[in-house]
Design a protein around this ligand. Sequence first.
Ligand SMILES: [Fe+2]
Length: 491
Amino acid sequence: MDKENPNILIAEDEYELREICSEALQASGYNVFEASNGIEALNILQEKDIALVLSDIRMPEMDGIQLLNQIVMENIDVDFIIITGFGSIDTAVETIKKGAIDYLPKPFNIDHLRLQVDKAINQRLEREEKNILDKRVQVLKLSQDLNKHLELNTLLDEFLFHIEKNFSPSSTGIFLKADQSNELKQARASGKLLYADSTTLNIIRKLCKETMEKQHYKLIDPYTIKKDAYLYSLLRDSKLNYSMLFAPILKQEACLGVVVLMRDNTKSFYTNDDLQLLKVFTSQTASAIENAKLYGQLQVMNQEIIRSLTQAVEAKDIYTRGHSYQVANYATQLGKRLGLTSGELSQLYYAGLVHDIGKIGIPDNILNKPDTLTPEEYSIMKRHPELGKNILLQVKSLENILPIIYHHHEYVDGNGYPDKLRDSQIPFLAKLISLVDAFDALTSDRAYRYALSVPEALSIIQAKAGQQWDTELIEIWVDIVNKENPKVNIG
Ligand SMILES: [Fe+2]
């Protein structure tokens, strides 16, 4: 609404009365439009951003009640005051039930008219300001929640959650543009309307594609369809009797995808205000989606780096081939049982894969020696956690697993290495890796002995509970081994 000169529409078939009202309201600073019947009024309402309608009841062509019905049906955002004749109070009450905000009985004096119009406009202003504030809060919440996520799938779930909360759609579709082509791929869909039938889905996909290509925001409902020849020809034979919002997800010049919201006729139609809010929502989300995609690419690169590092150490340490994958697998199974977060589980997995990466720096004759190591050789061997940390220091994105790599040979009684940390001083995930590392080593063939049986390995580990390993972790691990058979076959 124009705050300085709000638009008011007077629908009144009596020319003189209409002119008197019009002049009085213009003198009060309002921008006044005039209609002599309901149809003229409706045309003006569809063209102009009118804040308030003052309408007579009895008018030719379309009367005031029919006009109000049409306004409600088309979901036109306007306040409505009905002007009633003497003695027609019942009609006034009836129109208020239908959605009018007030009534003005004839005859009225001009001061009374001004007072009522000022009151209605002020209330509308307050409502709009509150609405703007509410929307700002919602956008802020969206942006805060999106910033919590770097992974594309969780980000899209969060976006869908906020869309459903703020727009109450019957159905939602989020489509993302494929990386290498102009195809739109469905990333999220909720509600049944989108997949009601293949014709519906094809039309929606076509409209989404156009939204992406033209980069426009569109509100479609049965009324806009009637006025748009192209939409009419496209949707005439379909069952799409809904209101829909289409919004491109734009990051500067690039369109990353499209969001479509659909409401069936059990809910009120979407308005241009909804479309504006969706525009803000999608632009907030565009940056987050782009970041998530970059993060995803970085993750793939990291995985490739980690895989090649793992292969490098296993190529050198011939007796421990497959050990890194097994440790990663065991560690994540133990982590899952402990209810760790997905972030912690992925740290465990990567740390498991590269925990012995420092062995790259240990001379082959020590690393692959079939006999017991001399004290000097053992002290060189004990340098591998530090060497590992130094190697991985070069990979910025792996910095959060450095403490796990560096401390995976500490003992809870303080007799481990490299820093002789005790129990609570040892990073928790390092304690966890230490335990499953030992379990896999004991149950695998080595140059100097065959693999021990699982019960033998567990009893060796249990004998060192509270010395080398955490007692509670051992109990949980024993339970997992006995119940779940966690070993995987690695080819
Ligand atoms: Fe190690």
